[in-house]
Design a protein around this ligand. Structure first.
Ligand code: ADP
Length: 391
């Protein structure tokens, strides 16, 4: 696997002598979702600021695709294009009088011709679901909308890596979920994503890799289950255990569960309990997967109105836009695949509306789940009009 960002013996002290980063060695794989987790002051933001050259290390080095970062103006421009950074506070990032000008700032600075700027800004705003917001002043927008504008500003420069410092801080639960779901979509499109957070629930369910930091050092890295499965380590870092991990340890302590790894989500927790109770699963409902870019809205309406679907989930900006346009109310907007599997396991049928690479991702996730759990869930994929394919 290609190493996209590496650090070697990286250290950084601020001007007042605070040593924020102490000899960090990490390497991050291309295409992964990585969460830097740790309490306030652990050094997460400082490390991120060094990954795209905003801060220059006192010692050690950062490598991008195997090459050490250089700090002359041209090299910095190029690394900041390749590794885009979304700040914790959107007001630190948004400064232009209109949304369009804000998103266009990066591409204009990179010297893109005006046609290309227009195209990239249009694409980025569409991606984050803010078409029609071009003339609005960013400071009049909600917190979630500001975050989307900040993300669009980075997207418009076509980065390979996106770094987001505490992407959900100060957002309400629905906005947080929308942002995290957008990040999933970007990752399915091939982007490497690095977030920092002290929200353990978010990191646990989202990250392919967790890097736990404390006092300027990396104390553990691994899968979310490896890192959060270590109760002492998490407590020592002054963090909470994710709820499913807490329940898992309780079940282990009472002798109710004996599996060696904590469940990753509610679906796995329910499976563990059902397996333990020996109850056979009831007949499963069906899951429909619909590619909203390819299927006419009437087809989707027909399916829903026929009342064969009890729950509807929307994954990605295109699905959300269609649901708004057609007045289709979504029951699930985050964790959609697992929630639909949970419903199918209780005999209900569900529709997943999505697009692009996430269609196959949804199908594979359901098939993998069925293979691992032994459950039988009928899945139907609709990718062209009148073409339901039994999978
Ligand atoms: P985190 O993102 O994990 O909360 P930070 O990287 O912001 O951690 O901070 C790491 C350490 O560096 C903390 O001790 C913090 O007080 C210190 N620090 C951060 N920014 C500055 C600054 N501009 N000047 C001096 N110290 C700073």
């Amino acid at each position: 696997m290609t190493k996209i960002i590496e650090t070697r013996d990286l250290s950084y002290s601020y001007g007042d002598g605070t040593q924020a980063i102490k000899g960090i060695n990490i390497s991050l794989d291309q295409g992964k979702k990585v969460a830097l987790v740790g309490p306030n002051g652990a050094g997460k933001s400082t490390l991120m600021l060094m990954m795209n050259g905003i801060l220059r290390p006192n010692s050690g080095e950062v490598l991008f695709l195997g090459k050490p970062l250089r700090y002359d103006a041209a090299s910095l421009r190029s690394i900041r294009r390749a590794v885009g950074m979304v700040f914790q506070n959107s007001d630190d990032q948004l400064f232009a009088p209109t949304v369009y000008q804000d998103v266009a700032f990066g591409p204009i600075n990179l010297g893109f011709p005006s046609e290309k700027v227009k195209r990239y800004v249009g694409f980025a705003l569409q991606y984050v679901g803010l078409c029609g917001y071009e003339r609005r002043p960013p400071h009049h927008l909600s917190g979630g909308e500001k975050k989307r504008v900040a993300i669009a500003g980075i997207l418009a420069m076509e980065p390979e890596v996106m770094i987001l410092d505490e992407p959900t801080s100060n957002l309400d639960p629905a906005s947080s979920e929308e942002i995290m779901e957008m990040l999933d979509e970007l990752n399915h499109g091939g982007k490497t994503l690095i977030i920092s957070t002290h929200d353990v629930e978010l990191a646990y369910r989202w990250a392919d890799e967790v890097i736990l930091m404390k006092d300027g050092e990396v104390v553990r890295r691994g899968t979310a289950q490896d890192v959060f499965g270590d109760v002492d380590l998490i407590r020592d870092a002054r963090l909470k255990l994710p709820l499913v991990v807490d329940i898992y340890h309780e079940l282990i302590g009472r002798g109710i569960a004996r599996v060696s790894k904590p469940p990753r989500n509610i679906l796995e927790l329910c499976d563990l309990l059902q397996h333990k109770s020996g109850d056979g699963a009831q007949a499963s409902g069906k899951i429909y997967i619909c590619d909203v870019d390819q299927v006419h809205e009437c087809e989707i309406r027909t399916l829903i109105d026929r009342d064969s679907v009890s729950f509807i989930g929307g994954m990605g900006t295109a699905a959300k836009a269609l649901s708004e346009r057609c007045n289709i109310s979504l029951d699930f907007t985050y964790g959609v695949i697992d929630k639909c599997i949970l419903k199918a396991l209780t005999g209900k049928s569900a529709l997943i509306m999505t697009s692009g690479g996430m269609v196959d991702h949804a199908l594979h996730r359901i098939q993998d789940y069925c293979r691992e759990s032994g459950a039988e869930i009928e899945t139907c994929s609709l990718s062209r009009e009148s073409d339901w394919r039994e999978c």
